[in-house]
Design a protein around this ligand. Sequence first.
Ligand SMILES: O=C(CO)COP(=O)(O)O
Length: 254
Amino acid sequence: MRKQIAAANWKMNLTINEAETLLYTILDANLEVSENQKVVFAVPAPYLTLAAKKVTDHSNVFIAAQNIYSKKSGAFTGEVSVTMLKSIGVDHAVIGHSERREYFNESNEFLREKVKLCLEENIVPIFCCGEALPVREVNQQNQFVQTQLEESLFDLSADEIQQVVIAYEPIWAIGTGKTATSEQAQEMHAHIRSQLAAKYGEAIANNISILYGGSVKASNAKEIFGKPDVDGGLVGGASLVADEFVAIIKALKS
Ligand SMILES: O=C(CO)COP(=O)(O)O
C-alpha cells in the first residue's frame, strides 16, 4: 500500500539556529506518524548532517537533500553526491524541482541520470513535475507532465519505479498563494497514475505515492489530501511555520 507523505521543502531559508528550532518544535509536537505515513524534511545542504542525526529516534521521519549531482564523486566543485548523503544517513532527495529546472537549466535527460543514481544508492527520489501557466492556459498540462515522466522515469524497471515518489507541482501555484483546486490536483494525479499504469500495470501504479505541491497550507491540506489519488504534499512556505506544518502532517490520510 502506498504511503501518505508530508514533505517539507525549506528551500534556501533559515539560519542553523532557526532550522534547529523549527525541526525540534515540529518533532516535539507529539507527532504520531503511522507506518502508512512518512514525514520528510528537505533541508538546506549545510544542515543535513544535524537533521539526519536528530530524526533517528523518530519513526517514519526522514531527511531529504534538495538536490544532488548526477555523478558519484570527482572534480565537480561545489556539488553534493548521493554517496555523501548516504554516508550521513540521508535517504531521500528532491529531484527536478521546478526552481532547479528553471534557474539551473536542469533537463529531463539530466534528471533521469539523477533519479538512476539515487536508486543505485537506495535514496528515495522525490521527482517533481508540473507545468507553467501558459501550458495550462492552452490545456496542454497532461501532455507536458507526461513527457516529463516519460523522459526522466519511464526507462526505470518495475522494481525501480516503485521506489520513486512523484510530486506534482504546478509552477503557477508555487509560492503564489494560488493553489490548484482539489479537483485540478485530483485530475492530474489520476492522469499521472494512469500513465504509470499504462507503462507498469495497475498494481504497481497503485503503489506509487503522488504528492501535490503548490501553496499547500493548514487550511487547504485536508481537502487536497482527501482526494483519492493525492497521497500528501510537498510544502514550501507553510513548512517554515511549525504549527502550519504540524497541521499539514495531521491532515494526511491515515
Ligand atoms: O515548491 C514548493 C514545494 O517544493 C511549493 O512551495 P509553496 O508551498 O511555497 O507554494
